[in-house]
Design a protein around this ligand. Structure first.
Ligand code: MGP
Length: 235
Protein backbone atom coordinates (compact mmCIF):
# COMPACT_ATOMS: atom_id res chain seq x y z
CA UNK A 1 0.00 0.00 0.00
CA UNK A 2 1.24 3.49 -0.73
CA UNK A 3 0.31 6.18 1.70
CA UNK A 4 0.94 9.90 1.21
CA UNK A 5 1.95 11.81 4.28
CA UNK A 6 3.00 15.40 4.92
CA UNK A 7 6.55 15.61 6.24
CA UNK A 8 6.48 17.86 9.28
CA UNK A 9 9.36 20.34 9.34
CA UNK A 10 8.62 22.20 12.52
CA UNK A 11 5.50 22.81 14.52
CA UNK A 12 5.45 26.37 13.27
CA UNK A 13 5.58 25.16 9.70
CA UNK A 14 2.33 23.26 10.07
CA UNK A 15 0.55 26.49 9.15
CA UNK A 16 2.77 27.07 6.13
CA UNK A 17 0.96 24.92 3.63
CA UNK A 18 2.78 26.70 0.82
CA UNK A 19 6.09 25.31 2.04
CA UNK A 20 5.03 21.75 2.77
CA UNK A 21 5.91 18.94 0.41
CA UNK A 22 4.47 15.48 0.09
CA UNK A 23 6.56 12.39 0.61
CA UNK A 24 5.59 8.82 0.00
CA UNK A 25 5.74 6.11 2.63
CA UNK A 26 5.69 2.53 1.44
CA UNK A 27 3.88 0.01 3.62
CA UNK A 28 6.26 -2.84 4.40
CA UNK A 29 3.50 -5.47 4.42
CA UNK A 30 3.55 -5.97 8.20
CA UNK A 31 0.04 -4.56 8.34
CA UNK A 32 -1.21 -7.29 5.99
CA UNK A 33 0.28 -9.98 8.22
CA UNK A 34 -1.44 -8.69 11.32
CA UNK A 35 -4.74 -8.55 9.45
CA UNK A 36 -4.34 -12.22 8.53
CA UNK A 37 -3.60 -13.09 12.13
CA UNK A 38 -6.90 -11.52 13.07
CA UNK A 39 -8.52 -14.26 10.98
CA UNK A 40 -9.84 -12.31 8.00
CA UNK A 41 -10.88 -14.43 5.04
CA UNK A 42 -8.45 -13.97 2.15
CA UNK A 43 -10.07 -16.31 -0.34
CA UNK A 44 -8.11 -19.52 0.12
CA UNK A 45 -4.56 -20.41 1.08
CA UNK A 46 -3.12 -17.27 2.67
CA UNK A 47 0.41 -18.34 1.61
CA UNK A 48 -0.58 -18.45 -2.05
CA UNK A 49 1.19 -15.49 -3.70
CA UNK A 50 -1.45 -15.31 -6.42
CA UNK A 51 -4.16 -14.56 -3.88
CA UNK A 52 -2.30 -11.60 -2.35
CA UNK A 53 -3.82 -8.18 -2.99
CA UNK A 54 -2.12 -6.29 -5.83
CA UNK A 55 0.31 -3.58 -4.69
CA UNK A 56 0.02 -0.24 -6.45
CA UNK A 57 3.16 0.54 -8.49
CA UNK A 58 5.49 2.89 -6.61
CA UNK A 59 6.05 6.17 -8.38
CA UNK A 60 8.01 9.20 -7.21
CA UNK A 61 6.59 12.71 -7.18
CA UNK A 62 8.44 14.63 -9.90
CA UNK A 63 9.66 18.18 -9.37
CA UNK A 64 8.99 20.86 -12.00
CA UNK A 65 12.77 21.21 -12.48
CA UNK A 66 15.74 19.03 -11.58
CA UNK A 67 18.07 20.65 -9.04
CA UNK A 68 21.79 20.13 -8.52
CA UNK A 69 23.58 20.56 -5.19
CA UNK A 70 27.14 21.91 -5.46
CA UNK A 71 29.77 22.10 -2.76
CA UNK A 72 32.81 24.33 -2.59
CA UNK A 73 35.30 22.89 -0.14
CA UNK A 74 37.09 25.69 1.72
CA UNK A 75 40.22 23.71 2.49
CA UNK A 76 40.95 23.22 -1.18
CA UNK A 77 39.52 26.61 -2.19
CA UNK A 78 42.11 28.71 -0.44
CA UNK A 79 44.91 26.84 -2.19
CA UNK A 80 43.40 27.55 -5.61
CA UNK A 81 44.32 30.59 -7.63
CA UNK A 82 41.13 30.78 -9.68
CA UNK A 83 37.84 31.36 -7.87
CA UNK A 84 35.38 28.52 -8.33
CA UNK A 85 37.83 26.01 -9.69
CA UNK A 86 36.94 23.71 -6.82
CA UNK A 87 33.14 23.93 -6.93
CA UNK A 88 31.81 20.42 -7.55
CA UNK A 89 28.30 19.13 -8.33
CA UNK A 90 27.44 16.49 -5.71
CA UNK A 91 23.82 15.40 -6.30
CA UNK A 92 20.99 16.11 -8.73
CA UNK A 93 17.42 15.56 -7.59
CA UNK A 94 14.31 15.31 -9.76
CA UNK A 95 11.64 14.16 -7.31
CA UNK A 96 10.36 15.05 -3.87
CA UNK A 97 11.67 11.74 -2.55
CA UNK A 98 15.16 12.31 -4.01
CA UNK A 99 15.22 15.78 -2.49
CA UNK A 100 14.51 14.49 1.04
CA UNK A 101 16.99 11.65 0.75
CA UNK A 102 19.74 14.13 -0.16
CA UNK A 103 18.63 16.78 2.34
CA UNK A 104 18.50 14.22 5.17
CA UNK A 105 22.01 13.00 4.39
CA UNK A 106 23.94 16.24 4.02
CA UNK A 107 25.00 18.64 6.73
CA UNK A 108 22.87 21.67 7.47
CA UNK A 109 24.74 25.00 7.27
CA UNK A 110 25.36 25.14 11.03
CA UNK A 111 27.36 21.89 10.76
CA UNK A 112 29.44 22.96 7.76
CA UNK A 113 33.00 24.11 8.19
CA UNK A 114 33.73 27.86 8.09
CA UNK A 115 34.46 28.93 4.51
CA UNK A 116 32.12 26.37 2.92
CA UNK A 117 29.69 27.33 0.16
CA UNK A 118 26.75 25.01 -0.47
CA UNK A 119 24.63 25.62 -3.55
CA UNK A 120 21.36 24.32 -4.96
CA UNK A 121 20.82 25.41 -8.58
CA UNK A 122 18.54 24.35 -11.37
CA UNK A 123 20.19 21.50 -13.23
CA UNK A 124 22.57 22.69 -15.97
CA UNK A 125 22.99 26.15 -14.40
CA UNK A 126 26.41 26.54 -12.80
CA UNK A 127 26.51 28.69 -9.64
CA UNK A 128 28.83 31.24 -11.21
CA UNK A 129 28.49 34.73 -12.68
CA UNK A 130 30.02 33.31 -15.85
CA UNK A 131 27.18 30.85 -16.46
CA UNK A 132 25.21 32.17 -19.48
CA UNK A 133 21.90 31.96 -17.57
CA UNK A 134 23.32 33.85 -14.58
CA UNK A 135 25.41 36.37 -16.51
CA UNK A 136 22.74 39.11 -16.60
CA UNK A 137 21.38 38.23 -13.20
CA UNK A 138 21.80 39.22 -9.60
CA UNK A 139 21.08 38.07 -6.09
CA UNK A 140 19.07 38.82 -2.99
CA UNK A 141 20.93 38.09 0.27
CA UNK A 142 19.76 37.44 3.83
CA UNK A 143 22.21 37.25 6.74
CA UNK A 144 22.06 35.12 9.87
CA UNK A 145 24.34 34.78 12.87
CA UNK A 146 26.71 31.79 12.72
CA UNK A 147 24.71 28.59 13.26
CA UNK A 148 21.32 30.23 12.70
CA UNK A 149 20.55 29.73 9.02
CA UNK A 150 19.41 26.08 8.99
CA UNK A 151 15.67 26.77 8.91
CA UNK A 152 16.11 29.66 6.46
CA UNK A 153 18.10 27.38 4.16
CA UNK A 154 15.45 24.63 4.32
CA UNK A 155 12.59 27.09 3.69
CA UNK A 156 14.53 28.57 0.76
CA UNK A 157 15.05 25.12 -0.77
CA UNK A 158 11.41 24.15 -0.30
CA UNK A 159 10.17 27.41 -1.80
CA UNK A 160 12.43 26.93 -4.84
CA UNK A 161 11.84 23.27 -5.59
CA UNK A 162 8.16 23.55 -4.67
CA UNK A 163 7.75 26.38 -7.23
CA UNK A 164 6.41 28.80 -4.62
CA UNK A 165 7.80 31.97 -6.23
CA UNK A 166 5.50 34.04 -8.41
CA UNK A 167 8.19 34.42 -11.09
CA UNK A 168 9.69 30.95 -10.64
CA UNK A 169 11.30 30.95 -14.08
CA UNK A 170 13.49 33.85 -12.88
CA UNK A 171 15.10 31.71 -10.18
CA UNK A 172 18.56 30.24 -10.88
CA UNK A 173 19.23 28.80 -7.44
CA UNK A 174 20.44 29.56 -3.94
CA UNK A 175 23.73 29.41 -2.05
CA UNK A 176 24.58 29.45 1.63
CA UNK A 177 28.01 30.90 2.51
CA UNK A 178 29.27 29.77 5.92
CA UNK A 179 31.62 32.34 7.39
CA UNK A 180 33.19 32.77 10.85
CA UNK A 181 30.77 35.42 12.04
CA UNK A 182 27.73 34.83 9.88
CA UNK A 183 25.92 32.63 7.40
CA UNK A 184 24.54 34.26 4.25
CA UNK A 185 21.89 32.82 1.98
CA UNK A 186 21.64 34.31 -1.49
CA UNK A 187 18.91 33.72 -4.02
CA UNK A 188 20.21 34.11 -7.58
CA UNK A 189 17.93 35.28 -10.38
CA UNK A 190 18.31 35.60 -14.15
CA UNK A 191 17.31 39.08 -15.28
CA UNK A 192 18.56 41.65 -12.81
CA UNK A 193 17.17 44.52 -14.89
CA UNK A 194 13.63 43.17 -14.52
CA UNK A 195 12.95 45.18 -11.38
CA UNK A 196 9.29 44.15 -11.04
CA UNK A 197 10.16 40.44 -11.03
CA UNK A 198 13.01 40.92 -8.55
CA UNK A 199 10.81 42.89 -6.15
CA UNK A 200 8.12 40.19 -6.25
CA UNK A 201 10.73 37.50 -5.50
CA UNK A 202 12.44 39.48 -2.76
CA UNK A 203 9.17 40.26 -0.96
CA UNK A 204 7.94 36.68 -1.24
CA UNK A 205 11.24 35.28 0.01
CA UNK A 206 11.10 37.49 3.12
CA UNK A 207 7.57 36.26 3.80
CA UNK A 208 8.58 32.61 3.44
CA UNK A 209 11.49 33.16 5.84
CA UNK A 210 9.53 35.47 8.15
CA UNK A 211 12.55 37.76 7.79
CA UNK A 212 11.80 41.31 8.91
CA UNK A 213 15.03 43.21 8.20
CA UNK A 214 15.59 44.97 4.88
CA UNK A 215 17.35 42.89 2.23
CA UNK A 216 19.26 44.09 -0.81
CA UNK A 217 19.63 43.00 -4.42
CA UNK A 218 23.04 43.19 -6.12
CA UNK A 219 23.64 42.91 -9.86
CA UNK A 220 26.36 40.37 -10.71
CA UNK A 221 27.82 42.86 -13.20
CA UNK A 222 28.33 45.30 -10.30
CA UNK A 223 29.87 42.57 -8.10
CA UNK A 224 32.32 41.73 -10.90
CA UNK A 225 33.57 45.33 -10.90
CA UNK A 226 33.46 46.11 -7.20
CA UNK A 227 33.98 43.78 -4.23
CA UNK A 228 31.51 45.90 -2.21
CA UNK A 229 28.84 46.48 -4.82
CA UNK A 230 25.85 48.63 -3.90
CA UNK A 231 22.31 47.30 -3.63
CA UNK A 232 20.21 48.24 -6.67
CA UNK A 233 16.91 47.22 -5.01
CA UNK A 234 15.83 46.92 -1.40
CA UNK A 235 12.72 45.36 0.10
P1 MGP B 1 31.40 36.12 -2.54
O1 MGP B 1 31.79 34.73 -2.15
O2 MGP B 1 30.13 36.27 -3.27
O3 MGP B 1 31.39 37.10 -1.31
O4 MGP B 1 32.54 36.76 -3.42
P2 MGP B 1 31.71 36.87 0.22
O5 MGP B 1 31.06 35.64 0.71
O6 MGP B 1 31.31 38.14 0.87
O7 MGP B 1 33.26 36.76 0.27
P3 MGP B 1 34.15 35.70 0.98
O8 MGP B 1 35.53 36.22 0.85
O9 MGP B 1 33.69 35.64 2.40
O10 MGP B 1 33.94 34.39 0.26
C1 MGP B 1 33.85 36.93 -2.95
C2 MGP B 1 34.77 37.02 -4.14
O11 MGP B 1 34.80 35.74 -4.78
C3 MGP B 1 34.34 37.98 -5.22
O12 MGP B 1 34.76 39.30 -4.98
C4 MGP B 1 35.01 37.38 -6.43
O13 MGP B 1 36.38 37.72 -6.45
C5 MGP B 1 34.86 35.91 -6.18
N1 MGP B 1 33.61 35.39 -6.77
C6 MGP B 1 32.46 35.16 -6.15
N2 MGP B 1 31.56 34.66 -7.02
C7 MGP B 1 30.20 34.28 -6.71
C8 MGP B 1 32.19 34.57 -8.23
C9 MGP B 1 31.75 34.11 -9.51
O14 MGP B 1 30.61 33.65 -9.73
N3 MGP B 1 32.68 34.16 -10.50
C10 MGP B 1 33.96 34.65 -10.28
N4 MGP B 1 34.81 34.69 -11.28
N5 MGP B 1 34.36 35.07 -9.08
C11 MGP B 1 33.48 35.05 -8.05
Amino acid sequence: MIEEIEKPITTKEANKSSLSLTITKIDDGVGEKSELEEGKITGGNSYDAASKPMKAPYSKHPLEYSWTFWFDSPSAKYKQAAWGSNIRPVHTVSSVEDFWSVYNNVHQPSKLVVGADFHCFKNKIEPKWEDPVCANGGKWTVCFARGKSDIGWLYTLLAMIGEQFGCGDEICGAVVNVRARQEKISLWTKNAANEAAQLIIGKQWKEFLEYNDAIGFIFHEDAMKDRVAKNRYTV
